[in-house]
Design a protein around this ligand. Structure first.
Ligand SMILES: Nc1ncnc2c1ncn2[C@@H]1O[C@H](COP(=O)(O)OP(=O)(O)OP(=O)(O)O)[C@@H](O)[C@H]1O
Ligand SMILES: [Mg+2]
Length: 353
């Protein structure tokens, strides 16, 4: 039987494994945290920059391939851990205590599915193992409580006031926790700005890898003060496939660019319809519009989410589709979106360091 290989031989082999996105080997990237060899049994611990890493399987496969090729290796165990880095604040920005990255979900138009995308993105990131928060910045029309199944005004009578409530692994906060259903919230611009500021800074978030922010439609006071105040890592623009909606998406992109907030890309929601009885796909609004628009603008096309009745039902019932029907086409699309966004953030961090 061949002698057990040395630790150095294992590390040398790991130097041939490259991170497919960063194009450098995993040893010099500092991703290899621990290597142990005993009797030909190798244990490697690899630290990823996000638990939602889309390349986890590829890296594991490459590590295995590199190690089993070494003489004397009988068994390979690859263990993954994750350490999400924090976005550094730019001039004038106040970091949110404990929060490493902020993802803003926006669109210039109402009703395109921002809240649906924000809710499912947050839950999908949490399912992947990340510590996640969700801030409902739609101060005058908060929808997030309903989408998570929290009764309106759930915290109205509590002496402690507003605090995040946890569900589906996500810490959620919304003005709707204080206001009974059907009560119109009529606030002027400056008040909205200060409400958003309080939701960000005066709330015990704890340690979060990602805080997802559901913005109200348009270039409203809430979005503006949010983007100027908090170190937003990047924004996701939600659009439906119709041309008008895309034109509106462009406006949101322009707004974030003016504010110096990176735009991660466009999500096309209600991309196509899946008939519940036949499973057949219908391109109701045409197909490929958002992808083309993203290309034209040099933006990433992050995901296409189908129009499926259970998405709306889940939203109304307080059970996001990624929980209610994790194998549905839309839930899979949301999972892919979460991985794409997490990967974008990892690459941004790496470029900044
Ligand atoms: N992919 C989808 N399939 C089916 N229904 C959807 C989908 N996306 C969103 N909806 C439904 O469309 C409606 C509007 O979605 P949502 O509230 O998320 O939009 P919004 O952009 O946040 O709206 P507003 O601008 O009012 O904040 C909701 O009833 C939601 O359940
Ligand atoms: Mg909304």
């Amino acid at each position: 039987m061949a002698a057990s290989p040395s630790r150095d031989a294992i590390i040398a082999a790991l130097r041939t494994v490259r991170d497919p996105e960063l194009h450098r080997d995993i040893v010099s990237l500092g991703m290899v945290k621990d290597v142990a060899v005993e009797d030909g049994r190798v244990h490697v611990q690899v630290e990823l920059t996000t638990p939602a890493c889309p390349l986890r399987e590829t890296i594991e496969r490459d590590v295995r391939a590199a190690l089993v090729a070494i003489e004397g290796v009988r068994d390979v165990a690859v263990e993954f851990s994750a350490n999400v880095r924090a976005t550094a604040p730019r001039g004038g920005q106040r970091p949110v205590e404990g929060v490493r990255n902020i993802i803003a979900v926006a669109s210039n138009k109402g009703g395109v599915g921002k809240s649906t995308v924000a809710a499912n993105l947050a839950v999908a990131l949490a399912k992947a193992g990340a510590r996640v928060g969700l801030l409902d910045a739609d101060i005058t029309g908060p929808n997030i409580p309903t989408m998570f199944g929290f009764p309106a005004g759930v915290l109205a009578r509590e002496p402690g006031g507003l605090r995040p409530l946890e569900k589906y692994g996500v810490k959620v906060i919304s003005i709707g926790f204080l206001v009974p259903k059907g009560t119109p919230v009529v606030w002027r611009g400056p008040m909205i700005g200060s409400a958003v500021r309080q939701l960000l800074h005066d709330v015990p978030w704890g340690d979060l890898d990602y805080l997802v922010i559901d913005l109200p439609p348009g270039t409203s006071d809430a979005s503006m003060s949010m983007a100027q105040e908090a170190p937003i890592t990047g924004a996701i623009i939600v659009s439906t496939p119709q041309t008008v909606s895309l034109e509106d998406a462009m406006k949101a992109v322009t707004m974030f660019e003016k504010l110096g907030v990176p735009v991660f890309g466009i999500v096309e929601n209600m991309s196509y319809f899946i008939a519940p009885d036949t499973g057949k796909r219908y391109d109701i609004f045409g197909h490929g519009g958002a992808r083309e628009a993203a290309e034209e603008l040099g933006l990433d096309f992050l995901a296409e989410i189908p129009l499926e009745i259970p998405v709306r039902e889940g939203g109304d019932r307080g059970e996001p589709i990624v929980v209610a029907q994790p194998d549905s086409a839309s839930a899979r699309a949301f999972d892919a979106l979460a991985r794409a966004v997490a990967a974008r953030i990892s690459v941004l961090q790496r470029m900044a360091s």
